[in-house]
Design a protein around this ligand. Structure first.
Ligand code: AMP
Ligand code: GLY
Length: 424
């Protein structure tokens, strides 16, 4: 079988490594992939947003199955286009991907179907939004409607901050078209949990829960990033919380999308907050999370390709989706200065013994050398029976990897350990 994976980050590397476990996956192409992925797949220099180029490549190379991983091509209709060319895909079509592509859509969906989320108002007029933030409760949360590389959310502690956020999104175009409409919503508190799920539009199967660490620095300080590390499972996500989320959030969301004529087939990501009043949806993503995937898939015991094909074929109810009871920790090694500005081009050294545990996000191959080429460079995952064991082992592996200007958080998993009262 010839498989094509669209994307080129750590998440795609994790998906590719897992797909390779099935001997039927004879050949895997990554579009565009990266210098580290090149070890596990054939990388082809076609960008993830070049829908025409992707479809042409897939047709010319008689691809049997495609996995579209990033948000942009999903929202832009990559799955629609591939399906149109007769290629079966894992991932939602553009009608369903709107659940991530428009925050206004997702908030209205939740309101219509009674799915618990933060109270909110939508504004397409900057004057009205500026008026609203003069009196609303603080802190308040301001979100650009469209995709904004995970940066379109501002938590304003003061009225001045709220005003600045509205102005930059709506008047100064900080996020382009994405900010022409904004959602202003209630500030919620509680532990955050990521739950990725497989759904074929009918059945929903949650994967093991996880916890992201979005801020750049230790102690959850600094700017929001794409994610500096993850642990799975998330110990705050108790069995009771899981049952509540299944009943009030997961099943109703999948049913709502179907009722809207937007049946979601792929990985539906629930960004949740466990507030004192119960679980609330913070955001939906129409794809696997990054770096959640780098801890979730290593714990998947069932065959990923089989599960993905069941999602595509609408037979998920009959598929086995089993996770090991172990714990995983992924520490992201980034370039000093990320997420603002950073130097690239440093040689990366990874001992052969731990290569299988490394998911490369931003690196290129030059004369046989692997060089840094992005903000997030790679993630290192360890799996262990216990969470402290997984954390220690991940950091031990980190200590064996080196590249110029390497930078990483030292406290991935510390908040999770607090559940057990084990954090220092
Ligand atoms: P998002 O891009 O929607 O995931 O938002 C980024 C981060 O902002 C989330 O992971 C939360 O930490 C925070 N956030 C978003 N919405 C809210 C909210 N209503 N209340 C509190 N924090 C929020
Ligand atoms: N780690 C958060 C995301 O993938 O959006």
């Amino acid at each position: 079988m010839k498989i094509l994976v669209v994307g080129g980050g750590g998440r795609e590397h994790a998906i590719i490594k897992k797909l390779r476990e099935n001997p039927a996956a004879e050949e895997i192409f990554a579009l565009p992939g990266n210098g580290g992925i090149a070890r596990d797949a054939t990388c082809v220099n076609i960008g993830a947003k070049d829908i025409e180029g992707i479809v042409r490549f897939a047709a010319e190379n008689e691809i049997d199955y495609a996995v579209v991983a990033p948000d942009d091509p999903l929202v832009l209709g990559c799955v629609d286009a591939l399906n149109g060319a007769g290629i079966p895909c894992f991932g939602p079509d553009s009608k369903a991907a709107i659940i991530e592509g428009s925050k206004v859509f997702s908030k209205e969906l939740m309101k219509k179907y009674g799915i618990p989320t933060a109270e909110y108002e939508v504004f397409s007029d900057a004057v009205a939004a500026l008026e609203y933030v003069k009196t609303c409760a603080l802190p308040t949360v301001i979100k650009a409607d469209g995709l904004a590389l995970g940066k379109g959310v501002i938590i304003a502690e003061t009225r001045e901050e709220a005003e600045t956020a509205v102005r930059s999104m709506m008047l100064e175009g900080a996020f382009g078209e994405s900010g022409s409409r904004v959602v202003i919503e209630e500030f919620l508190t509680g532990p955050e949990v990521s739950v990725l799920s497989f759904t074929d539009g009918e059945t929903v199967v949650p994967m093991v829960s996880s916890m992201d660490h979005k801020r750049a620095f230790d102690g959850d300080r600094g700017l929001n990033t794409g994610g500096m590390g993850t642990v799975a499972p998330n110990p705050y996500y108790t069995e009771a919380a899981a049952a509540e989320c299944m009943e009030k959030i997961f099943l109703p969301t999948v049913a709502a999308m179907k009722a809207e004529g937007r049946a979601f087939r792929g990985c539906l990501y629930f960004g949740l907050m466990l507030t004192p009043k119960g679980a609330r949806v913070i955001e939906y993503n129409c794809r696997f999370g990054d770096p959640e995937t780098q801890v979730v898939l290593p714990l998947l015991e069932s065959d990923l390709l089989t599960v993905m094909q069941a999602v595509t074929n609408g037979t998920l109810a009959d598929a086995e989706v089993k996770f090991s009871g172990k714990n995983a920790c992924c520490v992201v090694m980034a370039s000093e200065g990320y997420p603002v500005s950073y130097e690239k081009g440093f040689e990366i050294s990874i001992p052969e013994a731990i290569r299988d545990d490394v998911y490369v996000a931003g690196a290129k191959l030059e004369d046989g050398k692997l060089l840094t080429s992005g903000g997030r460079v790679l993630g290192v995952t360890a799996v262990c029976d216990t969470l402290p064991g997984a954390i220690d082992s991940a950091y031990e592996k980190v200590s064996r990897i080196s590249f110029g200007n390497a930078f990483y958080r030292h406290d991935i998993g510390a908040r999770a350990l607090m559940v057990y009262g084990e954090a220092e």
